[in-house]
Design a protein around this ligand. Structure first.
Ligand code: 5AD
Ligand code: SF4
Length: 479
């Protein structure tokens, strides 16, 4: 999307309607960036660093879109004129990494007095974080949260025009602002937000507190955005939401996620459809059928288990039992045999015994996950689980974690082996990081294959023979 900033008169007042208001501030920020360019004698550079999930990655593409529009050159080097960290707070180690990296930025800023440092994203929605930043990280110039990211151009302008730390955090919003610039990381694939926020309140999870209540975008807006992306060269989309299976429930004309998928499927030129994340409690039979019948929906379903113990699941407020989850996962395996099932698992939730961990391993072995992300429970202030008394001792968590991880590695290896020797379609994403004579492609089931090829293949769907399975990836050749 290109916005003609030349048409905007800065002598007028800022309009109150969105997104026009942000276009106005983009024009104003651009004047400041031009001024800085004169002072520095070179084009100002900026760096966007992303922590966390796919939602954050998509938000960062929006930040980059605006930074480019106002005249910055994008770099990956954090020693830049404008640096923004888009933060995550799902586990405490994500927070600690941000504090660590901020220390390095302070060093750069001492040598570059024009440098501006900004923080946004989930971690900024926590008041304790803001207190700490105000107290000990006074060199930060701009702080905003998840609900007002659409106002980035306006906040950036404020950062140029005001002295001291600019802080703007909203507790919640019902607003969805469309039509702001986005700069995609990959020309051929893109994430698309279909909904924001979460209403589930799993007892360990901070997301509902930092991302607010569930809001779905209108199907028409989503389809229009995907059509524009396809016209711009995108062939694979990832529909993003904290719980895509409850998409559409709160719209004026309620619809379902399966119905949305049917519409997306019809878009000509679009080759592949992915989505993230599915809550097992809301996964409908209709969705299984749509996936089964589709030529475009990828053979991959991420279905977070969290725990295989019904007792722990109850404490987690997940709203399903071990048996219900197993029934669902095995039904999906039966209906769509070539699907890849992946999951998230938390080890060490309050009250978890070795027996509970055994239940988790039992589910792993029965479902035979193709891959799983295994996390150690992290206590998040403000969540119900943080106040639970029976927090588990570190040594026990470590032992359970190692055993769960081993179970996952075994099923993943076994699953991957079942495709060895097959010919499958891969979307070539990049030159291999370690060997420039190879390219890396992604299969429909989300696994990677490396094979001989050059840059001209990037963005293309090619047929590849999966010659050797190496556990989590294949070595292959084009056929
Ligand atoms: N501790 C550990 N893992 C967590 N997750 C969410 N909250 C926590 C927490 N407090 C994990 C869940 C979720 C994934 C994105 O992060 O497994 O599915
Ligand atoms: Fe992290 Fe959750 Fe925010 Fe994603 S939504 S960045 S996982 S806290």
């Amino acid at each position: 999307m290109k916005i003609d900033l030349e048409q905007i008169s800065l002598s007028d007042q800022a309009p109150s309607a969105e997104p026009q208001r942000q276009y106005y501030f983009m024009a104003r920020a651009r004047e400041h960036v031009r001024g800085l360019e004169k002072k520095l004698g070179r084009r100002p550079v900026c760096c966007v660093t992303t922590f966390g999930c796919q939602m954050n990655a998509r938000d960062s593409e929006k930040l980059v879109g605006i930074l480019e529009t106002v005249g910055y050159e994008i770099t990956e080097n954090e020693n830049a004129d404008f640096v923004i960290f888009n933060t995550c707070t799902v586990r405490d180690n994500a927070n600690q990494r941000v504090y660590g990296r901020l220390g390095a930025l302070n060093g750069y800023k001492r040598r570059n007095p024009h440098m501006k440092i900004a923080l946004c994203g989930c971690m900024m929605q926590e008041s304790a974080v803001i207190d700490k930043l105000k107290k000990s990280y006074g060199f930060v110039d701009l702080i905003f949260g998840t609900h007002n990211i659409y106002k980035f151009a306006e906040l950036l302008t404020a950062c140029f025009e005001r002295e001291g730390m600019v802080i703007d955090i909203w507790q919640d919003t019902d607003k969805i602002v469309e039509d702001l610039p986005v700069e995609r990381k990959y020309p051929f694939k893109s994430g698309i937000n279909i909904m924001f926020g979460c209403n589930n309140f799993c007892s360990y999870c901070i997301v509902p507190y930092v991302r607010g209540r569930e809001r779905s975008r209108e199907p028409g807006d989503i389809i229009r955005e995907i059509e524009e992306l396809v016209a711009d060269g995108v062939i694979e989309v990832m529909l993003l939401g904290q719980n895509v299976n409850s998409y559409g429930k709160n719209l004026k004309n309620p619809t379902t996620f399966a119905q949305l998928l049917r519409q997306v499927e019809k878009i000509e030129g679009l080759k592949r459809i992915r989505f993230m994340t599915s809550h097992p409690k809301d996964l409908s039979e209709e969705l299984i059928q749509v996936m089964k019948e589709s030529n475009k929906i990828c053979r991959h379903l991420h279905l977070p288990l969290q725990s295989g113990s019904t007792k722990i699941l109850k404490g987690m407020n997940r709203c399903y039992t071990k048996e219900q989850y197993l029934e669902l996962a095995l039904r999906i395996r039966k209906e769509i045999p070539d699907i890849s099932l992946t999951t998230d698992i938390i080890v060490g939730f309050p009250g978890e015994t070795m027996e509970d961990a055994e239940d988790t391993m039992d589910v792993i072995r029965k479902v035979k996950y193709d891959n799983a992300f295994t996390f150690i429970y992290s206590k998040r202030t403000g969540t119900p689980a943080a106040a639970m008394e029976n927090q588990v001792a570190k040594e026990q968590v470590k032992e359970a974690f190692d055993r769960v991880l081993k179970a996952v590695q075994e099923t993943a290896k076994e699953q991957a082996a079942r495709y060895q020797g097959q010919i499958q379609e891969a979307l070539v994403e990049e030159i291999n990081e370690n060997d420039p004579t190879l390219v890396t492609g992604r299969l429909s089931n989300n696994m990677l294959v490396h094979f001989p090829g050059g840059a001209s293949l990037i963005g293309q769907l090619v047929r590849v023979s999966l010659d050797q399975c190496h556990g989590f990836y294949y070595m292959g050749r084009m056929v």
